[in-house]
Design a protein around this ligand. Structure first.
Ligand code: NI
Length: 158
């Protein structure tokens, strides 16, 4: 496992749409291991491949202290409710703001071996999953609120 460099806001890689993972091979496993290591090192709770500069639809979310969920090629099946809570991002260091997200989300995805699974999450984990899926579509949490847009403007980043 290696710590990779986290891509920061202002770098246009973060604005690109990630492509589906097609090969569930050792390259993917290495990427996922490195993403987890990088997330732990930087004290994040979720990370997407684009944040380490790889434009593939792969995410790791921390479920518990030592439990991590790898999510490949996710699709949102269902959302329910709304919740507003403070949010941050490894790619936007030092900035936090309240963001509205679904209170509940159900996704389908693949694990690192290409096996399909479904996953349901609520509250904090649901927030995290939605935030990371946004990354795969080039969306950052600062795009979603007035405060976030003001942050981008005052820092001259997009
Ligand atoms: Ni993020």
């Amino acid at each position: 496992m290696a710590i990779r460099k986290v891509v920061k806001i202002g770098n246009q890689t973060l604005r690109k749409t990630s492509k589906p993972v097609l090969q569930f091979d050792e390259n993917l496993w290495q990427l996922l291991d490195d993403m987890t290591a990088t997330m732990i090192e930087t004290k994040g709770v979720g990370i997407s491949a684009v944040q380490v500069g790889v434009l593939r639809r792969a995410i790791v979310v921390q479920l518990e202290d030592d439990k991590f969920l790898e999510i490949i090629n996710p699709q949102i099946i269902k959302t329910r409710g709304k919740a507003i809570e403070s949010e941050g991002c490894l790619s936007v260091p030092g900035f936090y703001c309240d963001v509205e997200r679904p209170k509940y989300v159900k996704i389908s995805a693949y694990d690192r071996n290409g096996n399909p699974f479904e996953f349901e999450a609520k509250d904090y984990i649901a927030r995290c999953v939605c935030h990371e899926i946004d990354h795969l579509n080039g969306i950052l949490f600062v795009d979603l609120t007035e405060e976030g847009r003001a942050y981008k403007k005052s820092n001259g980043v997009e």
